[in-house]
Design a protein around this ligand. Structure first.
Ligand code: ZN
Length: 65
């Protein structure tokens, strides 16, 4: 995913995907971590198109089904 510099600066940055996933899991809405090409860190996005479904979300869906 392409991130514009202004977006990168504004967003919270996580040093690992696991850390970003932990935050996404606790969020009251859908968030996906992605690797930023600018800062090499991880950001969260609410855009889910083309994103891998995280494990915690897959489990949640299974429990709700
Ligand atoms: Zn960034």
């Amino acid at each position: 995913m392409q991130t514009r510099p202004a977006i990168c600066r504004k967003k919270a940055r996580y040093s690992s995907e696991a850390e970003a996933l932990g935050v996404a899991e606790r969020a009251p809405f859908i968030l996906r971590p992605y690797r930023c090409g600018l800062c090499r860190g991880f950001h969260l996005t609410s855009r889910t198109k083309g994103m891998r479904v995280p494990d915690f979300e897959r489990k949640r869906r299974r429990n709700n089904a």
